[in-house]
Ligand binder design. Structure first.
Ligand code: KG4
Ligand code: ZN
Length: 386
């Protein structure tokens, strides 16, 4: 089965095509045929975070070129055989009234290119920024209508979990229950994977997400958005140069018995330190970046360890943008070198992408869990199913 995946939940516009086979997770095999991604991070830099209406506008502009790139990679961009006649295109205009730019690009595309060999369209339905999600959803509905293929709605978080298991064209086996630590710009959750597709969230952040803590600390230190990779760079340099630690930051809720997190206090503490600086030297910034990174990772690791002990799990999956962090990977690998088995996504698939949506979509499509266009809606707070 060939799945076209679409991701627009935050500031990455992603389209991917995968070919996959197998029933459920056991004999699953996949191949990425096309994978295109356009990041808007540079545009959001000046806001220090994602600006929802700007994200919506950019997805509208970028989706068609990104789709064309993914299809081109998969040798499925068929020029000279229109996908739709003028009557159909007129119908689409009604569906895309709120996405005028997208409609303009899409109608040109549909007049010039034929249907690719795909069997299903998988699109992120949530969680995420609703204005951004809607663009991808309406795009998916329009394509599904024109090409007469079914739709599946994908939970973005399930995408992060599944892509962390995707290795060498198949899915790394996991013991059940296993623990997933989801750490992204919008989420910090500990999830118990009880069975295939059955999740229980055992802890979550009460305020800022881990990625947000990276982004906000970075902004206070004077580093551009997204802050995670910037903090990571400076922190690595500080450790290598053996810089004096300087300031000390709190490890919020590290001793708390619950599996919840709270990172909002961290940015307040970072702010206090930065406000006290009389000079802003590179060494001061690097030392503080290191302390912020280590504070966040200390808490994530301590809570994950406790969850592993409490639930006796033999597998830990770490997913979401923050799972790209080198230091986090190193600390988790050291801590769990004698088990449980730990799975990270390959670095290129740690942050948002459409391959993860196509992968998660396959398992829904394979069970014929399709969704009608009228039922498919964006849900900014979509939870992992239980
Ligand atoms: O999963 P993701 O791409 O988007 C959401 O679903 O939110 O995660 C983005 C988050 C951002 O907060 C970004 O700063 C963080 O992941 N991030 C990192 C690193 N790369 C991305 N955080 C720490 N270290 C990194 N190397
Ligand atoms: Zn994400």
């Amino acid at each position: 089965m060939r799945i076209l995946g679409i991701e627009t939940s935050a500031d990455e516009t992603g389209v991917a095509v995968i070919e996959a086979s197998g029933e459920g997770e056991k004999d699953f095999q996949y191949k990425v045929l096309g994978n295109a991604l356009l990041s808007q991070a540079d545009l959001h830099t000046r806001y220090g975070g994602i600006f929802p209406n700007l994200a919506k506008r950019e997805h509208g502009r970028n989706l068609v070129p990104v789709l064309m790139e993914a299809l081109r990679q998969g040798n499925e961009l068929h020029e000279g055989q229109a996908s739709a006649d003028e009557k159909k295109i007129e119908e689409l205009e009604a569906l895309l009234t709120r996405e005028h730019e997208l409609f303009t690009y899409l109608s040109e595309f549909l007049r010039a290119y034929g249907k690719p060999a795909i069997d299903c369209i998988a699109v992120t339905a949530g969680p995420g920024l609703e204005p951004a999600l809607w663009v991808g959803i309406n795009f998916a509905k329009a394509l599904a209508d024109v090409w007469q293929v079914p739709l599946v709605a994908v939970n973005h978080l399930e995408g992060h979990i599944i892509v962390a298991r995707a290795k060498n064209g198949s899915l790394a086996p996991i013991d059940k229950p296993s623990i997933a630590l989801l750490v992204s710009g919008g989420h910090t959750e500990l999830v118990l994977i009880k069975e295939w597709h059955k999740y229980e969230t055992i802890g979550a952040t009460r305020d800022d997400a881990a990625g947000e803590a990276f982004d906000k600390s970075a902004r206070l230190i004077g580093l551009p958005y997204p802050g995670g990779p910037e903090i990571s760079k400076l922190a690595n340099a500080a450790r290598e140069a053996n810089l004096a630690r300087g300031a000390e930051l709190p490890r919020p809720m590290i001793k708390d018995k619950s599996f919840d997190f709270s990172f909002a206090g961290l940015k307040t503490a970072v702010k206090k330190i930065v406000d006290g600086w009389t000079t802003h030297t590179d060494d001061l910034k690097s030392a503080l970046a290191r302390e912020a990174e280590e504070a966040i990772v200390d808490v994530l690791l301590a809570k994950t360890k406790r969850a592993v002990e409490e639930y006796g799990t033999k597998t830990v999956i770490v997913g979401g943008g923050v799972s790209a962090n080198d230091y986090l990977r190193k600390r988790f690998a050291e801590e769990f070198q004698n088990g449980p088995h730990i799975l990270f996504p390959s670095p290129e698939f740690a942050t948002d992408n459409a391959v993860m949506i196509a992968l998660a979509g396959y398992f829904r499509a394979e069970k014929k869990e399709f969704i009608g266009a009228a039922e498919l809606r964006a849900n900014g707070n979509l939870k992992l199913a239980n």
